[in-house]
Design a protein around this ligand. Structure first.
Ligand SMILES: Cc1ncc(COP(=O)(O)O)c(C=O)c1O
Length: 348
């Protein structure tokens, strides 16, 4: 099911906020202040507890799955379905016929599996060999079928594209490519909720960040937040996209002026270890004023350990934007007047 809508990203963030706020596990994630000892406080948007799913990916997959059921119903039955009807027996019976499939580095799969289960639909998640086994157990808890395929993330994406046809499943990917943009844009639309929660908080406190550091895998998170900041925030920060040195696909695509696939060793930042960018995300970032920064595994492992000592237990992927702050201090582009914002994107 693909409604090709081109590469332009114009998220309906009000629709996303309205829908997601109505989910019973929803509450805004905390915006905390870390007395970092760096000479300035660091604000942390802590996504570890997002809707009980352990990462911000809880906003994308479940929202996209729900929108896709609404859109498929309308296409097949010729009538608009309001979202409050999603749990009515006739709609759940319709959803039970649908299978959502995706490749995942872990968290997106959890979001899709949880979203499918909530709607009464089925989920099949493809994991490459590099994804830790504990994700399998977490996926099983949502009744998802797990298939192992591919030696890295890109190979698992290729497998999912093939398998989706075989299973007659709806491919619900967080990455996008030519001819496949509608669904990943819905995933990114779900992520916009974080930026809106932040905007509301900064409007109240009037303590806007001077810098926003965003870790990137395929770039969906970074692009969704960047779009929201540049279109909706009253005070504009510098935006820095942080990638693993071994998977800097957005930075290298920016440098090349076209989308490129990079090569490199497997990164400890497993959820950021994407060698090819999302088409939609790359276009958003190219149209926005952002800077790029790469970090090594060691820098990220150190940053995760610092954050854990401060009471934010997270992984290298979750700590990558904080590692970006630590690296920028070395490059002296942050000083005592800076008020950087980072995202802890997953729990450890
Ligand atoms: C914990 C965590 N942080 C960051 C990212 C990067 O998100 P994106 O792939 O949208 O760039 C992911 C993606 O899976 C993730 O799971």
């Amino acid at each position: 099911m693909e409604l090709e809508t081109g590469i332009k990203f114009y998220p309906n963030f009000k629709r996303a906020f309205d829908y997601i706020r109505g989910i019973d596990t929803y509450s805004a994630t905390p915006l905390e202040t870390l007395d970092s000892g760096l000479g300035f406080p660091v604000r942390i948007k802590n996504e570890s507890g997002r809707m009980g799913l352990g990462s911000f990916k809880a906003l994308g997959g479940p929202y996209a799955a729900a929108q896709l059921i609404l859109q498929k119903w309308q296409m097949e039955k010729g009538e608009e379905l309001p979202s409050h009807r999603l749990h009515d027996p006739d709609v759940r019976a319709f959803s039970a016929e649908q299978t959502f499939m995706t490749a995942s580095a872990g968290n997106h799969g959890i979001g899709v599996a949880a979203g499918a289960k909530a709607l009464g639909a089925k989920a099949v998640i493809i994991l490459s060999e590099t994804v830790p086994t504990d994700f399998e157990a977490r996926l099983a808890a949502f009744d998802a079928k797990v298939i192992r395929a591919g030696h890295n993330y890109e190979a698992s994406v290729a497998a999912a594209r093939n398998e989706a046809k075989y299973w007659n499943a709806i491919l619900l990917s967080d990455g996008s490519w030519p001819g496949y943009t509608h669904i990943p844009k819905l995933v990114m639309e779900g992520y916009t909720v974080m930026a809106e929660e932040l905007r509301q908080s900064f409007e109240t406190s009037n303590q806007w960040p001077t810098h926003v550091f965003l870790q990137a895998g395929v770039g969906g998170l970074a692009a969704a937040i960047t779009w929201m900041i540049r279109h909706n925030w009253r005070k504009q920060p510098e935006i820095i996209i942080v990638e693993p040195a071994s998977a800097a696909c957005l930075k290298e695509s920016h440098r090349a002026g076209e989308m490129v696939t990079v090569t490199g060793p497997i990164s400890d930042m497993g959820r950021l270890d994407c060698k090819a960018p999302s088409l939609v995300a790359w276009h958003v970032l190219e149209a926005s004023d952002v800077k790029y920064l790469t970090i090594t595994d060691k820098e990220c492992i150190d940053a995760a350990s610092v954050l854990s000592n401060f009471g934010f237990p997270t992984t290298s992927s979750g700590a990558a934007s904080y590692a970006g702050v630590l690296k920028q201090i070395d490059n002296t582009s942050l000083d005592e007047t800076s008020r950087p914002l980072v995202f802890v994107t997953e729990r450890r």
